[in-house]
Design a protein around this ligand. Sequence first.
Ligand code: NDP
Length: 397
Amino acid sequence: MNKTLIIGAGGVSKVVLYKCAMNIDIFGEITLASRTLSKCELIKNEVKEDIGVDINIAKIDADNVQELVKLIQEVKPNIVVNVALPYQDLTIMEACLQTKVHYLDTANYEHPNSAKFEYKEQWAFNDKFKNRGIFGLLGSGFDPGVTNIFCAYAQKHYFDEIHNIDIMDCNAGDHGYPFATNFNPEINLREVSANGRYWENGEWIETKPMEIKVIHDYPEIGKKDSYLLYHEELESLSKNIKGLKRIRFFMTFGQSYLTHMQCLENVGMLRIDEVDYNGAKVIPIKLLKELLPDPASLGPKTKGKTNIGCVIDGIKDGKKRKIYIYNICDHEETFKETRSQAVSYTTGVPAMIGAKLILEGKWGGKGVFNMEQLNPDNFMDELNKQGLPWKIIEMDV
Ligand code: NDP
């Protein structure tokens, strides 16, 4: 029987646990470990009540490699699924290396002291993973994750050469709060308040935050203001997609979100450095995270849909072609199934699918891989079966 270790007990983790429990024949004995044991207990109880599956729980500080190694040696998992924060990627990868266990995550490593993310440190594990004969899967969420798979699927079945990719991410959900983020507030605000960046003709072009806006028509949602951001899948896709000339990433934001963010930034609440307050050291963005609603608590309140997909053009059989591959996910439906809103759901389901394909032996290899380097067909089939069906439409060139 397989054994699965899942690290982190936040919004995304809950969906991963529900979905692994629904596929218990593959995941076998599941252990959930995180910093706050009471959060593991809550998920354990909900999974037992709703799915009828028992899981083990444990307390772990995932910043500590020795603690991780000890836990992995006790649990003896076939795979470690990292759904803690991007800060823990390197320590968990190191522990997997030492214990020779496969690794999966949903977000690129970020250094706590600089709001910047790149694959350099994680790709540096490639040779070490190869030598130990283990498999590391990076970014198995929705974006990165499913968006990479959409591109790989388009490359395999729809194009001889891809020229342009626009990844379009719309969350049209309404949670009723004046301001809240749909995943970890600290990670989310660091991402959207940073400079934008896109890749064109072999070069990175930097923009000011929210400098480039397009109005995009999202199927089943309608037209929305969408802003160019830098997003981590651009780094790997710009290397791995044949013939690519340009790749960009856009995300929708409502005016209220942007006004709040601007105001918080102006008053210094997005700062990531330490501030002295009455002798105590405070990091403003961490304090803000404590004040904002926990994304895991937004589930019962959120209504509306997400639509995330890729608009891709290029050449097929000597002719120009343009397609749009997307998934639509309904916040209320995902809450009924997993007591979670759609942003956690669209991340947690692909994390489970990546782990399932590894445990089934359908995906594997030695080294560290981004999603688009693997066969997209299995993953696309699983998306349809596990709650994230997709559509492809042909567009006018
Ligand atoms: P949450 O903040 O809700 O959950 C993070 C969890 O990790 C918490 O339970 C937290 O513990 C735990 N954790 C943090 N630090 C440690 C540590 N040192 N040791 C052990 N556990 C720790 O975040 P989300 O669930 O919203 O996001 C999870 C991951 O998913 C993030 O990496 C995020 O960037 C990624 N993500 C990826 C997306 C994609 O499409 N690819 C989209 C959305 C998110 P505690 O409970 O004590 O705070």
